[in-house]
Write a new protein. Structure first.
Length: 441
């Protein structure tokens, strides 16, 4: 098999195992592991003091689920919440001390002018018996899940000193069988917990590799819809307008936005061999970065945009290499594992998530570049066919795809592997996840 044909095969691997059904339902949530050392916190059910309840969102349930899946918190189960304080004077700290809780979140929903609402919430330190945070957030009907994620973010940040990433979005790809041998493929975006899915583009031919722009306004992706092969599009989410980015003969794959959003890194085989290129989106100027007879693909930008990481089999099997964004001599950076691919860096470049394979078992590994020895690499997934890791914008979790039986599912795992949360379509298949950037508060 030629190198170009091999790379085509690699690009198509994501299509293998599509099940026969997919749906527009939200992703199911299932906590499969826990962390005993997590911070104990209670989210008291919020009181409804408005004239009417606009939707069925239970704010406490959303906040509780968000904090639990981060791996940093262990929220008391709702059925174990023995008192329901609404305001600070209602709190009996002795009760929560007895339950060994460190923090307590209380709140209420009130009406506001113009048919809107406002959510008032407070974070209390149980041991110090004092308020740590008290805020009022405006909310319109239909936006209670969004404000719930924002509350979780604010609590996370106040306690840990790191911005929360619950009020973010994810992208993923589904396939739905329409007739014998006929499928409809679609790219979706949803809240970080899988709720509120929105289908943004669909076709009878597959999609691959959705990638977010740094401002969250665009997705770049690979499409097979044009006759003659695959192409790369850039899709504006607010309007649905699309821009054809590349349609060269051969491979057009693995788009990745630069940190400033001005360029895309691409894999192109227009010269006959799969190589890494960058494309200036304003001028359409194309720069070739690698020149080797091997397969070079799956580029990812390091923070600052001065260098990229990519997958290459130039050493015999896929490994991760580093390269200056202006080109030069690549440097191999992985040495543990017989197969390393699909790397993605954290926002600060300290952590790298990648697919690591040994003896046909493929798991998600997180590498701490500031640590040495065996402690530098942590496996956060069990395998055997895990792929497509993507960091949350605060690097607290990693989103990835896995196979369970004949179905593709998504997991969000804490970076230390202590908690994994399954996000799977109830009656279908989902693949190729990408975690979006922070949203404007």
């Amino acid at each position: 098999m030629s190198k170009t044909a091999s790379c085509v095969l690699l690009l198509l691997l994501a299509l293998i195992g599509w099940t026969s059904r997919a749906s527009a339902q939200g992703l199911d949530i299932d906590i499969v592991d826990g962390r005993e050392a997590a911070i104990p916190i209670t989210i008291v059910p919020f009181a409804w003091e408005a004239a009417a309840m606009p939707d069925q969102t239970q704010i406490d349930q959303v906040v509780r689920a968000d904090l639990n899946r981060s791996g940093q918190f262990r929220a008391l189960r709702r059925e174990d919440v023995v008192e329901l304080p609404v305001r600070a004077p209602d709190i009996k700290f002795a009760t929560w001390k007895m339950l060994k809780q460190d923090y307590l979140v209380i709140g209420r929903v009130l009406g506001a002018e113009g048919g809107g609402y406002r959510v008032e919430f407070e974070l209390h330190n149980v041991l110090k018996q004092q308020s740590e945070l008290a805020l009022v957030l405006p909310v319109r009907p239909g936006e209670f899940r969004q404000v719930s994620h924002q509350i979780a973010d604010l609590v996370y940040e106040k306690i840990l000193g790191v911005r929360g990433a619950f009020f973010t979005r994810i992208a993923y790809i589904t396939a739905q069988r329409k007739a014998e041998g006929k499928y409809e493929y679609a790219i979706w975006i949803a809240d970080s917990d899988g709720h509120n899915p929105q289908r943004i583009v669909w076709n009878a031919e597959p999609f691959l590799s959705p990638a977010w722009s740094p401002d969250g306004r665009h997705l770049a992706y690979v499409s097979f819809e044009r006759v003659g092969g695959h192409t790369i599009y850039m899709h504006e989410l607010a309007t649905g307008s699309r821009r054809l980015v590349t349609s060269y003969k051969g491979i057009n794959g693995a788009p990745a936005f630069s940190p400033d959003g001005s360029k895309l890194a691409l894999t192109l085989s227009k010269s006959g061999n799969p190589e890494i290129y960058t494309l200036d989106l304003a001028s359409n100027s194309l720069t070739q970065l690698t020149r080797h007879f091997s397969i070079d693909t799956e580029a990812a930008w390091m923070p600052g945009g001065n260098s990229l990481l990519f997958t290459s089999d130039r050493s015999g099997k896929p490994q991760i290499y580093s390269l200056a964004s202006v080109g030069g001599t690549p440097e191999r950076i992985t040495s543990v594992g017989e197969y390393n691919a699909r790397v993605t860096p954290s926002y600060d470049g300290r952590l790298l998530a990648m697919v690591q394979g040994n003896r046909n078992v493929y798991r998600i590994a997180v590498v701490d570049r500031e640590r040495g020895g065996a402690g530098a690499v942590r496996m956060i997934s069990p395998g055997p066919l895990d792929e497509s890791p993507s960091f949350a914008p605060n690097a607290s979790m990693v989103l990835y795809a896995a196979r369970e039986g004949n179905r593709g599912v998504l997991y969000a795992a804490a970076v230390d592997g202590s908690v994994r949360q399954r996000l799977a379509l109830a009656d279908g298949d989902v693949r190729e996840p990408a975690w979006g950037p922070f949203r404007q508060r």
